[in-house]
Design a protein around this ligand. Structure first.
Ligand code: AMP
Ligand code: ZN
Length: 666
């Protein structure tokens, strides 16, 4: 008996801890399946041994508490959780219990998808959104109205007069799979730590204190139930239709069935089809459709008796940990990646799983040969969900986090506010240097086509490309000696590079890769400045007063420009002819050389070669490297190339001086 009691206490402690992690901290250390197993074990033991009853047991409460960040308020109608099951047997017994209470067996079920996000409760009065609460403890939730108002899918005013004047409508805040990938990609580029999965990100996002930041997260609200005393319909499925007519975002996957076999068809269909949905679901919700039957069935202290969630098992498998690699990113962040004995999960072979950050790494204290659980849910990267404690590797094989950078041997650093260790040797650490160049040439920055990842690596390793300014000073003769660099591809490369010089100064600012200055921050900043050089003189206060530029970003900009190496590099870019200011950009509007194909040859007195190319391009002309009949004219300086000169004469192409050129464009 003593053992039973201590097991019950342990289960309560574990569940409270997991609730706190999941609902308040938005992290999950065990899979849903394991959580539900613990929960069901507790419910079963408490039922068998009522002498250990405790009103405070987590089995009586909806998980998730209140945070002290927001005001809390009471729900008008309590927000219950859903009982859940992973098996048809339990589904059948749920059905039998209902039949017993209702005393009939032919009634309707409304089946819906179970959206995997964070639940919210919206209150509307007279067609206006009054407030929005989190689920909280089920009776009270955090008032996150301001945050929710930033979501387009939540109407502030209803498009037509609503039927009950006052009602609550419940929904789930989610992030679609594609938006999640894009969000993480953006964070990766600006050197921020990656989010784990859409669910945690959605639920973390709605509880941010800064609603401007909330507005930037790609959140959506899917609604699924309307509650009021004055409903003039008796079917849940009709309420969903009504809700859509009122302008609410209610997905249209719901279906009504008369039998539990029909319900099972729906489950089987979506278990397969869910991977094609644009958002994540973790199961199916089955509700008794008739509202007067729902009332008759009522609630337990935690769940409605008239609804149940059938949960899909995220495929969770066990495998062995072979080793951990420590990857160095563009910003120097060290990410631990677990190398696994390959396992087949949901149709694909998984060899690696991400551990995301140092904090995550420390939590597990992994050893080589540990038997670990890996789960592949809707997430992009499989994750480690736990360790099999009976099957651990040897104690002496515990894997240490490195003190030095695996790429360059620099001593790693960790700042208090960051989740990761960093390699501080940003200049000479290979993956960082290469990553910066890759970022600079990427589509949203300078968009240089001929410089793919492989080429960058090659040129870096050959010592031709040490930082982004070297791009504008490449030794093309040398490059043409390398394998795979035929004349044509060298020409394409140099053309792509020349063309990048007309890119706006916002692209340059984004491209140089200041930490936290991602695409959107760079756009905000360039609206406030006339030139990249304005940033050098801006102090921290001025920067952080720019709308939507946070402390971290402002601090990062100041320290970027405090570094002489960066300033010298910028100077080289400027000298190469890149656009650094609004003024230079506006020069771009001339069409004087539109349609003209121009070759430059020789040495000039008033211009550098780069300057000439830039002037041609911002006046709409196109620079070509070799003389052909398609060329409009040649700008010839001292020591003009002999073969170019001969060819021009043969083809009757005009050679103009730099003075002629100045007159032409002035
Ligand atoms: P759980 O979080 O496991 O307690 O499951 C209950 C939660 O599922 C509810 O609080 C809702 O936030 C969520 N849910 C997602 N989709 C639906 C749906 N279609 N109907 C009802 N609840 C849903
Ligand atoms: Zn390094």
């Amino acid at each position: 008996m003593k053992e039973i009691k201590s097991r019950i206490l342990e289960l309560r402690r574990l569940i409270i801890e997991h609730n706190h992690n999941y609902y308040d901290l938005d992290t999950n250390l065990i899979s849903d399946f394991e959580y539900d197993k613990l929960f069901h074990e507790l419910v079963k033991l408490e039922k068998e041994y009522p002498q250990f009853f405790d009103p405070e047991s987590p089995s009586h409460r909806v998980g998730g508490g209140l945070s002290n960040k927001f005001d809390s308020d009471e729900h008008i109608y309590p927000m219950y959780s859903l009982d859940n099951t992973y098996s048809y047997e339990e589904l059948d017994s749920w059905f039998k219990r209902i039949v017993k209470v209702l005393q009939i067996s032919d009634f309707e079920f409304c089946c819906e998808l179970k959206y995997d996000g964070a639940s919210v409760n919206l209150l509307y009065k007279g067609g206006t959104l009054i407030r929005g609460l989190t689920r909280g403890d089920g009776l009270q939730g955090d008032d996150i109205t301001t945050n929710l108002k930033t979501l387009n899918s939540i109407p502030l005013k209803l498009s037509k007069e609503s039927f009950p004047d006052e009602f609550e409508i419940r929904g789930e805040i989610i992030i679609e799979k594609d938006s999640f990938k894009a969000l993480n990609k953006k964070r990766e580029l600006s050197g921020e730590s990656l989010f784990m999965n859409p669910r945690n990100t959605a639920s973390g996002s709605i509880k941010l204190l800064d609603s401007k930041e909330v507005a930037r997260r790609p959140l959506e609200c899917f609604l699924y139930s309307i509650v009021s005393d004055n409903l003039n319909t008796n079917k849940h499925s009709e309420l969903l239709t009504l809700g859509r007519e009122l302008g609410f975002n209610i997905p249209e996957h719901d279906k009504v069935y008369n039998t539990i076999d029909g319900v099972k068809d729906y489950i089987e269909y979506w278990d397969k089809e869910r991977e094609n949905l644009p958002f994540e679901i973790d199961g199916i919700v089955i509700k008794v459709n008739n509202i007067s039957y729902q009332k008759k069935l009522g609630f337990t202290s935690k769940f409605p008796r008239w609804a149940i969630a059938y949960k899909f098992k995220a495929e969770n498998l066990q495998t062995k940990l072979s080793s951990i690699s420590f990857n160095v990113g563009r910003t120097g962040a060290i990410t631990p990646v677990a190398n696994l004995e390959p396992v087949l999960i949901s149709g694909s072979i998984v060899k690696r799983a991400s551990l995301h950050s140092y904090d995550q790494f420390i939590k597990y204290k992994l050893r080589v040969n540990d038997s670990i659980f890996v789960e592949k849910g809707g997430e992009i990267i499989p994750k480690i969900t736990g360790i099999d404690h009976e099957n651990r590797g040897l104690e002496e094989d515990e894997i240490d986090f490195p003190h030095i950078c695996p790429e360059c041997d620099a001593t790693l650093e960790k700042h208090k506010s960051e989740a990761n260790y960093f390699c501080p040797n940003s200049l000479n650490c290979r993956p960082q240097a290469i990553g910066r160049i890759q970022h600079f040439v990427s589509r949203k920055a300078m968009d240089i086509d001929g410089l793919g990842d492989e080429t960058i690596r090659l040129l870096y390793d050959k010592g031709l490309l040490n930082d982004v300014s070297d791009i504008y000073n490449l030794d093309y003769d040398k490059i043409s000696e390398f394998d795979g660099f035929a004349k044509k591809s060298v020409e394409n490369l140099s053309m792509g590079i020349e063309n990048s010089k007309t890119k706006s100064f916002q692209k340059v600012l984004y491209g140089i890769g200041i930490r936290y200055v991602g695409e959107s921050a760079s756009k905000k900043i360039t609206k406030h400045i006339d030139s990249i050089y304005d940033l050098i003189n801006m102090d921290y206060e001025t920067l952080s007063s720019i709308d939507e530029i946070g402390d971290k970003t402002a601090y990062s900009i100041v320290s970027y420009f405090n570094n002489d190496v960066n300033n010298k590099m910028l100077e080289r870019l400027k000298n190469a002819g890149l656009i650094f200011s609004k003024d230079e950009e506006s020069k771009n509007i001339s069409n004087k050389l539109k349609g003209k194909k121009i070759v430059i040859s020789g040495v000039f007195r008033n211009y550098s070669r780069g300057e000439l190319i830039n002037i041609v391009e911002i006046n709409g002309g196109e620079i070509k490297s070799s003389v052909s009949s398609a060329i409009s004219f040649i700008i010839g300086g001292d020591k003009i190339g002999v073969s170019k000169k001969e060819k021009a004469e043969k083809l009757n192409i005009q050679i103009i001086t730099e003075e002629d050129f100045t007159n032409l464009i002035s």
